[in-house]
Design a binder for this molecule. Structure first.
Ligand code: NAP
Length: 287
C-alpha cells in the first residue's frame, strides 16, 4: 500500500459509472514503483456536477486526472488549453493542472499507436478498416492519419451516423471512406490492419464477434487484427484472427499505453510500463 503522508498529492479519474475503471490499479502500482508521493483515486461524478467538481479539484489541489464517459466532451469548455490531437479527436481523456488553469489532451491516440509503432510496416501502403464509428473510432482515425495511411475505411451499421462521422473530418490529410457491414467480404482481403472499435465480443457476451468467421477467414495472413476490447483477453475476434495467421493486438495494451502517457504528463517521469501491465493482468486474472 502507498504510505499517505501530509505531502501526498492527488490524481484520479472522473466518470459515471467509475467503479469498474482499471486506471486506479495500473496508476497506483506505477506510482508506488516510482516512489512518487501521489495517490490515484476514482471519482464518481454525475454530468450535472462536472463544473462544480472541477472547481473543487482546483480548490483542493488535484494535480491531474483522467476523464472517461460521460465527461470526455463536456470537460473541454472547462479547460484553458486543449492539444491539437484532442481537438482533432473531439474529446479529452487526460487533464493536468498548470499555473494558468487546466490543460487537456487525448492520450488514446498515442496509446492506440504504441503497439503498432513496434512493427515495421509501410503504413503509406495500408488502408485500415475500422469497425464502428463511435468515440474510440475517432481516436483510431487520428492515429491512422498520424501513421500516414492515405485512406481509411470505416464500417458502421447506421447510415446516418456513418455519414455524420465522415463529414466531421474536414481538412484531414487522409481520405475517410464509409461502408456498411455487408461490404466486409470484399474489403477484408485487401487490408493489413483491421481494428474493432465496437463493443461486440466484450464481456459478458464473449461468444460474439464483430466479423463473421466466414468473412474473417478472408483476412490476409500476417495482417494485423486489433481489438480495443480488453475483457475477455483475447476476444473471439482476436482468437479467430490469430488462427488465420494474423498479428493480434488487444485493448489492454492500448489502455496501458494511454495510461502510461498520462502518468508521464503528471509526474514528468517515465512510468514503469511492465509493472503497469502486470498489475492489470493480475487484476484481470490473466496471468
Ligand atoms: P461508442 O462511442 O458507444 O461507439 C460504439 C460503436 O460501436 C458505435 O459505432 C456503435 O454503432 C457500434 N456498435 C455498438 N454495438 C454494436 C453492434 N452490436 N453491432 C455493430 N456495431 C455496434 O463506444 P466507444 O467509446 O467508441 O467504445 C467502443 C469500445 O472500445 C468499447 O468496447 C470500449 O471499452 C473500447 N475502448 C477501449 C479503449 C482502450 O484503451 N482499450 C479505449 C476506448 C474504448 P451505433 O452508433 O450504430 O450504435
Amino acid at each position: 500500500m502507498t504510505y499517505i503522508t501530509g505531502t501526498t498529492q492527488l490524481l484520479g479519474v472522473i466518470g459515471d459509472p467509475i467503479k469498474h475503471s482499471l486506471s486506479p490499479v495500473m496508476h497506483n502500482a506505477a506510482l508506488q514503483e516510482m516512489g512518487e508521493n501521489y495517490v490515484y483515486v476514482p471519482f464518481s461524478i454525475k454530468a450535472k456536477d462536472l463544473k462544480t467538481a472541477i472547481a473543487g479539484f482546483e480548490t483542493i489541489g488535484v494535480k491531474g486526472f483522467s476523464v472517461t464517459i460521460p465527461h470526455k466532451l463536456e470537460i473541454m469548455p472547462l479547460l484553458c488549453e486543449i492539444t491539437k490531437t484532442a481537438k482533432l479527436v473531439g474529446a479529452v481523456n487526460t487533464v493536468w493542472h498548470t499555473e494558468t488553469g487546466w490543460k487537456g489532451t487525448n492520450t488514446d491516440v498515442a496509446g492506440f499507436l504504441a503497439p503498432l509503432k513496434t512493427l515495421s510496416h509501410d503504413w503509406s501502403q495500408i488502408t485500415p478498416i475500422i469497425l464502428g464509428n463511435g468515440g474510440a473510432a475517432r481516436a483510431v482515425v487520428v492515429g491512422c492519419v498520424e501513421l500516414g495511411c492515405p485512406e481509411i475505411h470505416i464500417v458502421g451499421r447506421n447510415l446516418q451516423k456513418l455519414a455524420e462521422f465522415q463529414n466531421s473530418w474536414a481538412n484531414l490529410s487522409s481520405k475517410v471512406n464509409i461502408f456498411t457491414p455487408d461490404q466486409l467480404p470484399e474489403l477484408i482481403p485487401q487490408t493489413q490492419l483491421l481494428v474493432n472499435t465496437t463493443p461486440v465480443g466484450m464481456y459478458p457476451k464473449t461468444d460474439e464477434s464483430p466479423v463473421e468467421l466466414r468473412v474473417l477467414e478472408k483476412l490476409a495472413t500476417g495482417a494485423i487484427a486489433y481489438d480495443l476490447i480488453y475483457t475477455p483477453n483475447p476476444t473471439q475476434f482476436l482468437a479467430q484472427a490469430r488462427q488465420k495467421g494474423a498479428i493480434i493486438i488487444d485493448g489492454l495494451e492500448m489502455l496501458l499505453q494511454q495510461g502510461a502517457i498520462a502518468l508521464e504528463i503528471w509526474t514528468k517521469k517515465k512510468p514503469p510500463i511492465e509493472i503497469m501491465r502486470q498489475s492489470l493482468k493480475k487484476h484481470l486474472k490473466l496471468n
